[in-house]
Design a protein around this ligand. Structure first.
Ligand SMILES: [Zn+2]
Length: 304
């Protein structure tokens, strides 16, 4: 069994899984003392499944990861305490478990192509539309990581508007700076009315609210342009749409898919679009697989 911990934007999800199958899960809100609260919640989960016990750990964080060092290298304003924090040492000293550390979108993709909505897919991209826009890609069955662990995960920071303001990452006109939930809330806030949530924005747009409708159109173009660029870069057979914004369902998915149909390179095959039915489990399922792989690799090295 694997102890899996996902430090998400608004909550920390924890689970004990058995090769992708959840045995027991828990959720705690993010905020001050998040590492201590994750320690306490994970310890309670381990106690709850005793005398069985996890033999490895997987930890996901919302940003660029140095997997060898077990550290979150850079996240923008999310979990500031995790920046540079040694998660491998934490899992070792707190739980006595070897840990694999991974970017959350990449872990979610592993979860969906192993035991989730795209099980068995060898060429797929994932877009997690939430506080930020997380992405990941698998090509020819290989999870893309690149020379510096950046490959595939920075799709939210592809430029979709070169005339837009600078993003907090330093690039210009990133999709996330236009259509991440934090950016949409920023653009909704000056209205000073009840519309402060992305789903409220979509609902208001459908009832004739012109300002909300304009924001929705711009967000859909940004999400759609990101999906087109990911398809042009990675040639996926499957595009997985997930994240908190996808709770709006077809109201978001259908126009993104239509945008891709309209703008994808003409000779390209059209990818299948998939929305996971259990998006809350994507990252935990992936971490379970990655934790078990990490433990197997460690054992192989030890027996060499
Ligand atoms: Zn950016």
């Amino acid at each position: 069994m694997e102890l899996c911990i996902d430090f998400g934007g608004s909550e920390i999800k924890l689970g004990i899984l058995d090769r992708g199958a959840p045995v027991r899960t828990a959720t705690v809100p993010t905020g001050d003392g998040d590492i201590e609260r994750a320690s306490a919640a994970a310890t309670a989960l381990i106690d709850a499944v005793s005398p069985a016990a996890p033999t490895s750990a997987g930890i996901a964080v919302p940003g660029v990861v140095d997997r060898a060092a077990g550290r979150l290298v850079k996240a923008h304003d999310k979990h500031p305490r995790l920046n540079g924090f040694d998660l491998i040492a934490w899992a070792d000293t707190t739980f006595g478990l070897p840990a694999a550390v991974e970017n959350d979108a990449r872990a979610a993709l592993v979860g969906e192509i192993s035991t989730g909505s795209a099980a068995g897919a060898r060429d797929a991209v994932l877009m997690a539309l939430g506080t930020g826009i997380g992405t990941a890609a698998v090509m020819d069955g290989t999870l893309l990581r690149g020379a510096h662990d950046h490959a595939g995960i920075l799709g939210g920071h592809l430029t979709v508007d070169i005339d837009a303001p600078m993003c907090n990452c330093g690039n210009v006109g990133c999709a996330e700076s236009i259509a991440g939930a934090w950016a949409l809330r920023r653009d909704l806030a000056p209205r000073g009315d009840a519309v402060t949530d992305v789903r409220e924005m979509i609902a208001a747009a459908e009832t004739g609210d012109a300002a909300a409708a304009a924001l929705r159109v711009r967000a859909i173009r940004a999400w759609g342009a990101t999906a087109v660029s990911l398809c042009h870069a990675y040639d996926p057979g499957t595009v997985i749409l997930t994240g908190g914004i996808m709770r709006a369902g077809a109201a978001v998915a259908a126009p993104i898919e239509a945008y891709v149909r309209e703008h994808l390179w003409t000779s390209s095959h059209r990818p299948a679009f998939v929305i996971p039915d259990r998006p809350d489990l994507s990252v935990l399922r992936g971490l379970s697989v990655l934790a078990a792989e990490n433990q197997a690799a460690r054992s192989a090295r030890a027996n060499r």
